[in-house]
Design a protein around this ligand. Structure first.
Ligand SMILES: Nc1ncnc2c1ncn2[C@@H]1O[C@H](COP(=O)(O)OP(=O)(O)OP(=O)(O)O)[C@@H](O)[C@H]1O
Ligand SMILES: O=P(O)(O)OC[C@H]1O[C@H](OP(=O)(O)O)[C@H](O)[C@@H]1O
Length: 184
């Protein structure tokens, strides 16, 4: 009998500036064209930018869809709405590994509502976070002090320390993804 594919979600969490988007983007480039892995565009109530190629959703549409239970997972933080798109759930059901960045506040909900959840925390020292956010200089970030002050407990299944070269954190994260796909 053929083995069932092991689909599920690898959800990336961590404080602002830890490098979640950076590590996900590098892994995506590394795994381009590798069939088990999907990197969905999140739905966010802000336009896409050089930092994230998200799909933009209007605030009213976000509220309506959230109330109707149309998102596999959604959350609000920094005055914005974020959601995992419905197609991501279909991809996981087809046996693919869906890789996405979420809020630390919805880890428990994700474990309840999504199949095959594996949470990966990206970390860096507090002074590194502060230096990175200052250098990133993203206008929509608002008050950097408030971003840095968001200390949210995060129960993760694995941790990737992103305190040195990006390539090291990327290699560690890619190893986790390959492992989830049964490729190690
Ligand atoms: N290993 C690294 N060395 C140097 N700079 C890094 C490293 N990793 C990420 N950065 C830089 O730090 C900044 C923050 O990274 P990134 O935007 O990926 O963080 P994030 O965790 O997604 O933050 P947020 O939650 O605010 O979106 C970016 O400008 C990025 O280029
Ligand atoms: O873990 P906490 O701090 O709750 O939230 C993390 C959320 O904030 C960040 O937003 P942005 O992409 O910087 O706007 C992440 O993408 C994630 O959605």
């Amino acid at each position: 009998m053929a083995e069932r594919p092991i689909g599920g979600f690898v959800l990336v969490v961590g404080p602002s500036g830890a490098g979640k988007d950076t590590v996900i983007a590098a892994a995506r480039a590394r795994l381009a064209g590798d069939p088990p892995f999907v990197f969905p565009r999140r739905l966010v109530t802000r336009p896409p930018s050089a930092h994230e190629d998200n799909a933009e959703i209007a605030e009213a549409d976000f509220s309506r869809a959230a109330a109707a239970g149309a998102f596999p997972l959604h959350w609000r933080v920094h005055g914005l709405g974020y959601a995992i798109p419905p197609e991501a759930l279909e991809e996981a059901a087809r046996g693919r590994i869906v890789v996405c960045n979420i809020s630390r506040r919805v880890i428990e909900a994700a474990r309840r509502m999504l199949p095959g959840v594996h949470v990966v925390a990206i970390t860096a020292a507090p002074e590194t976070l502060a230096a990175r956010l200052a250098a990133r200089d993203r206008p929509e970030d608002g008050d950097l002090g408030a971003r840095l002050a968001r200390a949210v407990p995060a129960e993760a299944d694995a941790t990737v320390v992103n305190d040195s070269e990006r390539s090291i954190a990327t290699a560690n994260f890619v190893a986790i993804l390959l492992d989830r796909a049964g490729r190690r």
